[in-house]
Design a protein around this ligand. Structure first.
Ligand code: A2P
Length: 331
């Protein structure tokens, strides 16, 4: 397999560091590697595949100065908005973890287990979805294929690592009694029904992202979805309660078999032995875990699921690296 030149933008961040781990684990065929961040950390050193690299400041000419085939971006929306088009112009394919390009109609939004083929339509940028959306659609897509989803109600329980290094520090410091710097309220011992900014309709942008991105990834623009996104005092891995209503009827046993057969999903559902997905167990794993699978007895055809995944791995870094692997193998 031909080797590629690969860059990570935001290499010092929470997701950036995990990019490095997942790239090492999956042994991508990399010839030259470039580590970018802002001027703040330029000059510092990172280790990748046993070699030390100096962190380089990302500038407008970075992608002209180096020939880069694939760049994994996780350095915030502003950085992606400005630098991803410059990278794409130089012939690089950007896999962008920010929300900047996700809803752009010329940018595919991809979860490989669901819509890998959309990658073929890229124009130099491929968007990595929101962490909460990724784990949800891995579980929902096989059910949509089988039973035609009518409506989805999302309630999320999201870890502080989703808010980056500063979010993580807020929980650590909060547990020692110190005031928050990232979140608007103390997160230790608390639940904040507030992730990202509030919109005019009363939803948060996080909730809006889950709704719009689910429709785009599953090619279901009319799907009825509502969401409540909650930040909880958990360090890592998002948990979600997902209520799904179908147009078609189903047998519960067969529905479970459909989930078992789906790519990237692991069923943990043995309530007699207290077995169900847990954030602590999902952390460090690449799969999405599903349990508490039970019929919603309040509607004609519906089910409740408890879905947990490592938001920094499958919800961000792993999904982006899977997209890179697909590109290397197929394009
Ligand atoms: P830096 O360490 O130089 O600030 P997190 O979301 O975990 O806080 O990480 C954000 C990542 O994005 C960091 O690696 C940070 O680098 C990087 N970053 C922020 N702003 C820029 C920028 N303008 N150009 C390049 N990287 C940036």
């Amino acid at each position: 397999m031909e080797k590629i030149n690969l860059a990570v933008v935001g290499v010092t961040g929470m997701v950036g560091r995990t990019f490095l781990k997942v790239l090492e684990e999956r042994n991508l065929p990399i010839e030259n590697f470039y580590a970018f961040a802002s001027a703040r950390s330029a000059g510092s050193e990172i280790t990748f595949n046993g070699k030390n690299y100096t962190v380089i400041e990302l500038t407008e000419t970075s992608f002209d100065e180096h020939k880069i085939d694939i760049a994994l971006f996780s350095a915030g929306g502003g950085t992606s908005l400005k630098f991803a088009p410059l990278a794409a112009k130089s012939g690089c394919i950007v896999i962008d973890n920010s929300s900047a390009w996700r809803m752009d109609e010329n940018t595919p939004l991809v979860v490989p287990e669901v819509n890998a083929e959309d990658i073929r339509n890229h124009n130099g940028i491929i968007a990595n979805p929101n962490c909460s959306t990724i784990q949800a659609v891995v579980a929902l897509n096989p059910l949509h294929q089988a039973y035609d989803i009518k409506r989805v109600v999302y309630t999320t329980f999201q870890a502080v690592s989703g808010a980056g290094m500063n979010g993580y520090t807020d929980l650590e410091e909060g547990l020692k009694g110190n005031s928050p710097k990232k979140f608007p309220h103390q997160i230790a011992g608390n639940c904040l029904p507030h992730i990202d900014v509030f919109l005019e309709n009363g939803y948060t942008k996080e909730e809006e992202k889950m709704i719009a991105e689910t429709r785009k990834i599953m090619h279901a623009p009319e799907l009825k979805i509502t969401a409540t996104a909650v930040r909880v005092p958990v360090f890592n891995s998002h948990s979600e309660s997902i209520n799904v209503e179908f147009n078609k009827n189903f047998e519960l046993e067969e529905l479970v078999k459909n989930l078992e057969a789906a790519d990237g999903l692991i069923i943990q559902d043995d309530v007699n032995n207290n077995i169900y997905p847990l954030a602590l167990n999902a952390s460090g794993k690449d799969e999405v875990f599903v349990g508490r699978i039970r019929r919603d007895e309040s509607v004609e055809s519906g089910v409740n699921l408890w879905v947990v995944a490592d938001n920094i791995r499958k919800g961000a870094a792993t999904n982006a690296v899977q997209i890179a692997q697909w590109i290397i193998e197929n394009l």
